[in-house]
Structures are given as structure tokens and as C-alpha cells.
Write a protein that binds this ligand. Structure first.
Ligand code: SF4
Length: 95
């Protein structure tokens, strides 16, 4: 997929999608584990231009991937998706 400049410019660089997520029974959950390439002070990826080689698990954002619910509900990439289901926090374990 060719990435256009306008596609890239939608990102507000909040870094919230750069936390590990888990999929469980068809739902996607956030974790509080950041990607090791995320600079938590600037909220920017430290290997952005080379991220798919430097961090093989980094998912390329395409419209199909985004529609699976991997981005927060207020992310500009999902604002026009009807009935978008954002990731949820992992339920607290009962003690
Ligand atoms: S959550 Fe959306 S706006 Fe924030 S860094 Fe990820 S793609 Fe960019």
C-alpha cells in the first residue's frame, strides 16, 4: 500500500496506539506496556521511518487493519468509521 502524505498527516502523534494490545475472544484490549521503540517523553516512535524493519511486530495502519479496532475512539483515523469499536482496557482481576 502506498502511503500518501495526507494519510500520514492525520496522525496527531499521541502515541496511544504504540502500547501493546491483546486480542481475546474477538475483542481487542489495551495493555499498559509501551512498544520499546516509543519515546514516552515525546510520545514519538524512535525508529519511525524504519519501524517495520526495526520492530517486526509493528502493524502497518491500513483501512482494513484500522477497522478491526486497534486505535482509540478519538483517533482521527477512525472518526468517520460508523459503529467503530475501540480497544477496551483489560478487565481488573477480581481478588
Ligand atoms: S492513536 Fe491515532 S493519532 Fe495517536 S499516534 Fe496512533 S494513529 Fe496517531
Amino acid at each position: 500500500m502506498r502511503i500518501s502524505k495526507s494519510w500520514e498527516e492525520k496522525c496527531r502523534r499521541c502515541g496511544r496506539c504504540c502500547y501493546e494490545k491483546v486480542e481475546h475472544e474477538g475483542d481487542i484490549y489495551y495493555t499498559d506496556i509501551p512498544c520499546e521503540k516509543l519515546d514516552q517523553a515525546t510520545r514519538l516512535c524512535t525508529v519511525y521511518e524504519n519501524r517495520h524493519k526495526a520492530r517486526p511486530g509493528c502493524v502497518r495502519l491500513t483501512p482494513r487493519i484500522i477497522a478491526r479496532g486497534v486505535l482509540p475512539a478519538d483517533c482521527p483515523y477512525v472518526e468517520e468509521i460508523e459503529d467503530y469499536r475501540a480497544p477496551h482496557p483489560w478487565p481488573e482481576e477480581e481478588s
